[in-house]
Design a protein around this ligand. Structure first.
Ligand SMILES: NC(=O)c1ccc[n+]([C@@H]2O[C@H](COP(=O)([O-])OP(=O)(O)OC[C@H]3O[C@@H](n4cnc5c(N)ncnc54)[C@H](O)[C@@H]3O)[C@@H](O)[C@H]2O)c1
Ligand SMILES: O=C(O)[C@H](O)[C@H](O)COP(=O)(O)O
Length: 381
């Protein structure tokens, strides 16, 4: 079997070399000629898989090691009878870690407590529902907006976008990019929605860049100095708007889901799908994941609860480093190359759940909050 694999797919040798002859190529540069005699194509989010790419190919399987599928023309695959698999939920925990690291950073800068605020979650799927569970367990008030789910399940527990914009201190977008239809998400937040934000609000986008009108957001951040933005995804990646980057409180290069755990889970899920198609026994996911470099940490005194939480969060994942790295890399290489370099050479990052926090003495009171945030907690009584 001949397999073309994006060069940024981790564990490619183990997951896809397994099936035959593998060729690795930069995801943005895969051409029809590259896939002409390939049986399988394994991509991440940067390769548009459309009718032109697959037109004269021998492909019988396409897999994307990502949650998002907006880069895949599913109708074109169907028309050619090419099997398809994506990796739903693979990096959802990592995105939630990203959101918590970001909100706790802005809370520290602003001198407020996350648990005194209300978070509006737009898009309550794999990512949004995990975010809602962790925040609720931490004692943070949440409102949720997901019209497709509200339509199927009933309105209970869901609010309109307008209600979230008016009543929440933070709006977190976790919607897919949908260009057409009643629930389209392209420019879901435009000038009108941004104008409805309460003063002092934070907008965080870890869905897809096109879900916010970047120009309108730029005008909102300039015109209403009190609104802040945390942006992981951008219109026109990798050639993002440097003016918007300058205005964002935290700006990162589409890495919210880039934990090693999340990326390897993505590779493994596509490996398992290809194994099922070819009748092979898949590898076990556990065999792919190494032990974390930082496995344990101990707290012995009752610090302020959110300070203790920030300490544990930053021991595993400090979003400020990604923000600084993007600035440095763009300064050295320019916008487009800098953005992609940060992604291609992303440092090893694990998920909160890989850290065991030992608590004893007065620190035992921190157990419920740390557990709720996603850490393993060991109460040493
Ligand atoms: N920044 C990153 O690194 C990163 C990582 C993972 C996923 N993502 C993006 O986040 C998106 C969401 O991920 P997920 O795993 O939760 O997907 P999901 O499909 O599980 O959930 C998406 C949710 O959004 C809802 N939705 C659809 N249209 C909506 C609308 N108009 N308004 C409000 N809600 C709407 C859906 O009903 C669904 O519940 C992905 O599609 C992907 O594009 C980004
Ligand atoms: O959809 C996803 O899973 C995420 O956006 C993912 O993190 C994208 O990563 P990329 O494929 O761009 O490396």
């Amino acid at each position: 079997m001949k397999i073309v694999v994006d060069a940024n797919v981790p564990a490619a040798e183990r997951c896809f070399g397994f099936f035959g002859e593998m060729r690795r190529l930069p995801g943005r540069e895969i051409t029809p000629a590259d896939v002409r005699d390939a049986d399988a194509l394994i991509v991440r989010s940067v390769t548009p898989v459309n009718a032109d790419l697959i037109a004269n190919s021998a492909l019988s399987f396409v897999g994307t090691c990502t949650i998002g599928t907006d880069h895949i023309d599913l109708d074109a695959l169907k028309a050619r009878d090419i099997a398809f698999a994506s990796a739903p939920g693979c990096n959802a925990e990592a995105v939630v870690d990203y959101v918590l690291s970001s909100l706790l950073t802005l809370a520290e800068r602003g001198g407020w407590q996350l648990r005194a605020r209300c978070v509006g979650i737009v898009g309550v799927g794999n990512v949004g529902s995990r975010l809602r569970s962790r925040l609720q367990a931490m004692g943070v008030a949440t409102l949720a907006c997901d019209p497709p789910r509200a339509e199927k399940e009933g309105e209970d527990g869901y609010d309109r976008l307008g209600t979230l914009l008016e009543q929440c201190d933070m709006i977190c977008l976790h919607t897919p990019l949908v260009k057409h239809g009643r629930h389209a998400t392209q420019h879901l937040l435009g000038a009108q929605e941004l104008a409805a934000l309460a003063p002092g609000s934070i907008v965080l986008n870890a869905g897809r860049g096109d879900c916010i009108d970047g120009l309108a957001l730029r005008q909102c951040l300039v015109g209403r100095g009190s609104v802040s933005a945390v942006l992981d995804v951008w219109e026109h990646e990798p050639g993002i708007d440097a003016g918007l980057r300058d205005l964002a409180a935290l700006a990162t290069p589409h890495i919210a889901g880039y934990s090693l755990d999340g990326k390897l889970r993505g590779s493994w899920m596509i490996h398992a799908a290809l194994a099922a198609k070819t009748g092979c026994t898949p590898l076990s996911l556990d065999a792919l994941l190494p032990p974390p470099a930082l496995a344990e940490l101990s707290l012995t005194q009752a610090l302020d609860a959110e300070d203790a939480l920030r300490l544990c969060v930053r021991a595993v994942y400090d979003v400020r480093k990604d923000h600084d790295r993007l600035w440095r890399q763009m300064h050295e290489e320019g916008i487009t190359l800098g953005f992609d370099r940060c992604r291609a050479e992303y440092p090893l990052r694990r998920e909160f759940s890989t850290l065991k926090v030992n608590l004893n003495g007065d620190a035992l009171s921190l157990a419920p909050l740390l557990q709720a945030a996603g850490f393993q907690v060991n109460e040493q009584k």
